[in-house]
Ligand binder design. Structure first.
Ligand code: ARG
Length: 410
């Protein structure tokens, strides 16, 4: 009788390699390995596929998801200026729903009953994979071997791998846990687990040390159409190209490093370092254009909803009615977010130094103190009388009675 089939999110690292064998041995299931290319650093994904097959996977897929990730996930994240806890641009949280979607599709294609992932039981990614899979197909079973097995350290895993004839990576293992894609790179564990330790220089690969960045500033013009970047310095780009290009430019100038204490969904605080040169510079430019093109109430509503959006996505609710509803609002706000922003990169900084748009609500003749001023300053008196009417009434009443409440305010 044929064995039950499982589909596994496979990276080719030690964890997922052990998972492939473990599922066959412990769960008596066949494994189909799936690796997604989302703009991460790698030395060839064909080799990853081969490794999956050598470890006993009955089939292995490598999917190039870069365009889909950029067009269907990153454009939405950019429109939402998405920063969890106001700082982290959600890179891992954005790739998980897309990978989950592919795992479910392939499970259907090959007739698998189960999806396997290599996440630990302490992180957010397990929540994101499983919540997404449950929404997309609640009938699929999910197994997370790392949560089940008793291999606590990397050495124990290596021993297990050796005993079971799995070829372990021979290169010296990084002491860090890393997840990356075109939206940035997350680095945790090792010496970073003590928040008092300054991040060592060797954790960074996408950004140069700001102290060693070029002495000359670089200006970059990013043109947006309806909230999506379409040109850089006048040259047409796709979303994916815009992200890769900005990673390169901002990274060269040492911009985009973050060192955060972050609140995980499963409860603990963790120390996380990130480098996000492209995403943070695109978000900076996009936000600037919005301040030019959106009127005040839309901006303030959007700011509140952006926080909610980032929280939902961080918490693994990419596929949720709440997020879909916020997306509809955000999409509506982007119709006139069209124009160009000029950024200046210099030794670890990214500054907005110019913005322009055909939909700009900045009105020179209203703002200027010069000759062309057409703002009627006399109107402000009546405006302030009405704006302050309730407070004036309150104050008059208290003055008549007792002063103390007013003195407390001063
Ligand atoms: N803390 C981040 C998040 O939850 C990044 C997790 C990345 N995973 C890793 N293995 N470093 O989105």
């Amino acid at each position: 009788m044929a064995r039950e089939k499982s589909v596994m999110a496979y990276s080719g690292g030690l964890d997922t390699s052990v998972c492939v064998k473990w599922i066959q041995d412990e769960k008596d299931m066949d494994v189909v390995a799936v690796t997604g290319e989302v703009g991460q650093e790698h030395n060839g994904l064909e080799a990853v596929k081969q490794r999956a097959l050598e470890t006993g996977a009955i089939d292995a897929y490598v999917l190039d998801l870069r365009e889909e990730f950029a067009n269907d996930y990153l454009t939405v994240a950019l429109a939402a200026n998405s920063l969890y806890e106001n700082k982290y641009p959600l890179l891992s949280a954005l790739s998980r729903p897309l990978i989950s979607k592919k795992l479910v599709e392939i499970a259907h294609e090959v007739g698998a009953t189960t999806i396997v992932h290599g996440c630990t039981g302490k992180g957010n990614d397990q929540v994101r994979f499983e919540t997404s899979i449950k929404v997309l197909d609640p009938s699929l079973k999910i197994i997370a071997p790392v949560r089940e097995w008793d291999l606590k350290t990397r050495d124990q895993e290596m021993d297990w791998a050796e005993k079971h004839g799995i070829e372990v990576p021979t290169t010296k293992a990084s002491p860090y846990s890393i997840d990356d894609n075109m939206w940035g790179r997350a680095i945790e564990c090792g010496v970073l687990e003590d928040p008092w330790n300054e991040p060592p220089a060797d954790i960074w690969t996408m950004t140069v040390d700001p102290e060693k960045a070029p002495d000359e500033a670089q200006y970059v013009e990013i043109t947006f159409e309806q909230g999506v970047p379409v040109a850089i310095d006048g040259e047409k780009v796709s979303m994916a190209e815009a992200v890769f290009k900005m990673n390169e430019i901002a990274g060269k100038h040492g911009y985009g490093r973050l060192d955060l204490i972050e609140d995980r969904l499963v409860g603990m605080k963790s120390r996380e370092c990130y480098e996000c040169p492209g995403s943070l510079s695109l978000i900076t430019a996009h936000k600037a254009l919005e301040t030019l093109c959106l009127e005040r109430k839309t901006l303030s509503l959007k700011l509140n909803l952006e926080q909610e959006w980032a929280q939902l996505v961080y918490d693994g609710c990419w596929f949720s009615p709440a997020k879909a509803a916020i997306d509809a609002f955000i999409k509506n706000t982007q119709t006139c977010v069209t124009g160009t922003v000029r950024l200046k990169f210099y030794k670890g900084t990214c500054t907005v130094v110019g913005s322009k748009s055909d939909y700009s609500l900045y009105n020179y003749s209203l703002a200027t103190y010069g000759e062309e001023d057409r703002f009627d300053q006399k109107l402000s008196k009546g405006f302030i009388d009405l704006h302050g009417l309730q407070l004036t009434t309150w104050s008059e009443n208290r003055h008549e009675k007792h002063l103390s409440e007013i003195e407390e305010l001063a």
